[in-house]
Design a protein around this ligand. Sequence first.
Ligand code: SAM
Length: 232
Amino acid sequence: MSHTVSPIGHVRSCFKEKFAIPRQPQLAPAATGMLELLPPFDTGDAVEGLEQVSHVWLIFLFHQALEDKPRLKVRPPRLGGNQSMGVFATRATHRPNGLGQSVVKLEKVEPGRLWLSGIDLLDGTPVIDIKPYVPYADIVADARNAIADTPPAPIAVHWSDEALRQAHEHGLRLRQPVRELIEQCLAQDPRPAYQKPPPERRYGVRLWDLDVHWHYPADGEIRVLDVQRAAN
Ligand code: SAM
């Protein structure tokens, strides 16, 4: 059986590239975005009542990880990237049908637009469906997952004075919690687990219209170097 699905909207996200996006929703509450609905879902009718709901499930397409040949085994970053596991035991992006699912906070509902926070979605992500989070059914008190039993331990994020000032200024300009966003994302330690970079190696990522640079002055420690408006 084959069945065609088509997007009901696209996410406009603070995340402009895959690197440094948290590996699950809720890990960075300051990660915000907006789901822009496509016709015929953009008139307000399809979201009527949703203002009574605090969180929604988004079913979406990993549009930048689509592959023709399904993988049976994947190497989750959570396990250091060197241990393979059955694709269905993981939340890996490379999977049959390329579907992802995230519970995100619904900040505001407008006709044709849902304002979201705590997202783990790339800018432009096509959304296939939206469903309200139903606590009595979706919270499973005795659930367990021995592969991912706790959130990743955060690492310490320090700032240069200049980077802190820049983050503050850009936060005011963008009306976004830029400092918190950077801290929450970098505390997840975005580098691949096998990389042990020397202190002089600079890392960078694009968040909103900003280029953020940091380095690892010591193992398990990040220092944000600068937060500058991107050239393009
Ligand atoms: N919560 C979802 C799930 O369980 O299906 C996503 C989990 S997946 C491990 C999270 C990662 O997906 C992020 O760190 C980001 O790098 C990647 N990602 C997010 N949006 C994507 C997209 N549209 N295409 C490809 N990769 C994406």
